[in-house]
Design a protein around this ligand. Structure first.
Ligand code: URP
Ligand code: ZN
Ligand code: ZN
Ligand code: ZN
Length: 483
């Protein structure tokens, strides 16, 4: 059985043109004029683009005494409903736990996925076992290792551990990722705020000012540079962190930054809402910022100093958020966004002229596939690529509402936002998952996407580092004495 998407404008990260797309089985079989297929999807007046890739999700993650409420079922339904056809989730070993055991747990959970997925591996502790297992993890098709510089006492790793792990990444051709916030300072500020009677959700924002993110981002960049590894900074929320990334890039360091759709469109005033639930539902790390930081993030996407837009989808119900009544440090950190990332970015990015349609494709899909080393199987409209596609109708609109979302939680941080640019069709490896705007999910359809190490940037950087490594000065003869 073949499918043809007819009459649309193909938009890729580098060009737009009119053509039909023929799909046979899982893959794109032909691109051209007047193609025929068994099933015809009408893309008249719409854009045909690579399905979104969300490089940062936490589905059914054990965290802060509970589990995030969207699992691989509801989470990937939400993804597809919003035009995202692949998610990259974090396998999270508990401190002391084997990385390979954690991977088995994530393998089990992901059996429910409706769309394709991959994993990052978190390095939550350090020792010879982690060093050894990192190699086995890369051999399983996971080339990215996440380090938390925050969450002191649970997930946080120190600089010596990070340096050792980054060096191991460099050796293996893998990419370290960082959650960049100074966890020591956050812990001090949190304790002081609580002691002063600042117990509400707004104190979460006070405890994590932009400086803690700017400092940690700069520190991680310098440590990665000394370790000879590239660096991917997740959830860049502020100018302070963006400035460090921008400066590093201008110096030729291989650093990428990932803003979230939440930080691009929501600001810190949410935490001052009189309704405790409203504010607590928006507690995440880093917190939402003053509006001026949003301008910086948008500028980064337009200029290329920031590379990808993610969600960090980590959804907790209001009941879970209420664990933190009376103590903001106990509010589970995380917000949702999987279903909303693409329409929110199209509406606030493309419709406002901040991004071109090709830039939209780059930051939601193609750049991510290239950095994570699964391009052009993913992130491309090319013959031979997986048929993970979205047909985006620029006239289709809706108002975001928890009542109609796929996510399992009881609210949506974008509630009431009118968005335009919705999927008419979404295909996951050739299967139509959104059909004329209607979700037709299939549990278990999703497959693991292996991402081998030694991608082009890792190889180029290790070549450069080997060429410029310290080496002894060759001297003809060494005098017997200093005279
Ligand atoms: O608050 C957040 N971001 N929760 C998810 C875990 C993380 O730090 O990415
Ligand atoms: Zn994080
Ligand atoms: Zn509210
Ligand atoms: Zn995260």
């Amino acid at each position: 059985m073949s499918t043809v998407i007819k009459g649309g404008t193909i938009v890729t990260a580098d060009l737009s043109y009119q053509a039909d797309v023929l799909i046979e089985g899982d893959r794109i079989a032909a691109i051209g004029a007047d193609l025929e297929g068994d099933t015809v999807l009408d893309a008249t007046g719409a854009y045909v683009m690579p399905g979104g890739i969300d490089p940062h999700t936490h589905l059914e993650m054990p965290f802060m005494g509970t589990y995030s409420s969207d699992d691989f079922d509801s989470g990937t339904r939400a993804a597809l409903s919003g035009g995202t056809t692949m998610v990259v989730d974090f396998a999270l070993p508990a401190p002391g736990e084997s990385l390979l055991d954690a991977l088995k747990v994530w393998d089990n959970k992901s059996g429910r996925a409706h769309c394709d997925y991959s994993f990052h591996m978190a390095v939550t502790w350090w020792g010879p076992q982690v060093f050894e297992e990192m190699k086995a993890v890369t051999e399983k098709g996971i080339n990215t290792f996440k380090h938390f510089m925050a969450y002191k006492g649970s997930l946080m790793v120190n600089d010596d551990e990070m340096f050792a792990s980054f060096r191991r990444c460099a050796e293996l051709g893998a990419i370290p990722l960082v959650h960049a916030e100074n966890g020591d300072v956050v812990a001090e500020l949190s304790a002081r705020l609580l002691a002063e009677g600042n117990t509400g959700p707004e104190a979460h924002a006070y405890s994590r000012p932009a400086q803690v993110e700017g400092e940690a981002t700069n520190r991680a960049i310098m440590i990665a540079d000394m370790a000879g590894a590239p660096l991917y900074v997740v959830h860049v929320s502020c100018e302070d962190a963006h400035e460090a990334i921008r400066r590093a890039k201008m110096l030729g360091k291989r650093v990428w930054g990932e803003p979230l759709i939440q930080h691009l469109t929501l600001d810190e005033s949410e935490y001052f809402n009189k309704d405790w639930n409203h504010a607590a539902r928006r507690v995440m790390s880093p917190p939402f910022r003053d509006k001026r930081h949003q301008d910086s993030l948008w500028a980064g996407l337009a200029s290329g100093t920031l590379s990808c837009v993610a969600t960090d989808h980590c959804a907790f119900t209001t009941e879970q958020k209420r664990f933190g009544v009376g103590d903001f440090t106990k509010i589970p950190n995380g917000t949702g966004g999987l279903e909303d990332r693409m329409p929110m970015l199209w509406t606030h990015g493309v419709e406002t002229g901040r991004l071109t349609p090709s830039e939209f494709v780059a930051v939601t899909s193609t750049n991510i596939a290239k950095i994570l080393n699964c391009y052009p199987r993913k992130g491309a409209v090319l013959v031979g690529a997986d048929a993970d596609l979205m047909v985006l109708d620029p006239k289709k609109e809706k108002v975001i509402a928890a009542a109609t979302q796929q996510s399992a939680i009881d609210y949506n941080v974008f509630e009431g936002q009118r968005v335009r640019g919705l999927p008419r069709y979404v295909l996951s490896r050739g299967r139509v998952m959104v059909d004329d705007g209607e979700l037709k999910p299939k549990e278990g359809h999703g497959q693991f996407v292996a991402r081998p190490p030694a991608g082009p940037v890792s190889t180029a950087l290790s070549t450069w580092k080997a060429l410029t490594a310290p080496r002894p000065v060759e001297r003809a003869g060494i005098p017997a004495s200093g005279v």
